[in-house]
Write a protein of this length. Sequence first.
Length: 321
Amino acid sequence: MSTDAPEAATADPGSLSNRVARLLGVRIPIVQAPMTYIACAQLAAAVSNAGGLGIIETSSPQGRADLKRVRDLTDRPVGANVALAVRRDPSVIELLVEAGISTVFTSSGDPAVMTGLLHDAGMTVVHVVGSLRNALKAADAGVDGLVVEGVEGGGFKSARAASTLVLLPLVASRVSLPIIAAGGICDGPSMAAAVVLGAEGVQMGTRMLTSRESPLHENFKNAVLGADETGTVMLSVPGLPTMRVLRTETAERVLAAGRPEVGLDGIPALYFGGDMTASLANTGQVAGRIERVERVADIVHETWTGCRRILAEASSRADGW
């Protein structure tokens, strides 16, 4: 079992211990997003070993198997995601308990369905929201923290969602829970911005799916690296949930036709076979800022130390105003 953080993450990032770090039991308040098929044991363990919190998805059979396999790769805290639109059966809690999971990120549904049961099992519950209304609803349901995700993020979204710049400070002004910001975050500057807007931690998806430890095919990673700031598109067509995807030829055809031409069943061929025409490539708008594939340890370390440096520099500049 590997328990030592990789070399790039061994430097003490500082004595800051905020509510998100304490809630998750981690040294660095950076979370890896629970992307279906991608949030595997290898990626989650790399994030946790670097001092953050890796997440295992439970929507796929592979993800559920990885709940146990990840313990061969790390003994640090690892979380799990339960997408309530996919898994509403309380039997999933038994699986989480057996795997030694203590923090669960719920998403895509009513948090009241599972929060009480997860608390009864001794677990911390963090719910993903994309609106103030849902944040208030989650707080009323008794969750312990929130992931506040702006429309910049990849994957399924509300067509009427707000950007992180608007949504995050709005939720922070109305909810007293610890907040993890998501959507548009990939490095120190974007993490520092999230902190200023009211977050105490961040979640990164697109940045992690392009990491060296990500299981994605190189074709997908290279497509992200080649994207510019307009390289994603929101698709809202009959028969498909609204989602943010890479602006591939397939996505452009679907957008122009106004109807789905590919199904989500082609995702494995896209993710692992590298066939960029097989399905739609869920990716965040921040793809336009990602320039290279790096080790997870370097991503976590550089994001955290960069954030702290930028906040210190901004404080120093503000003193002269």
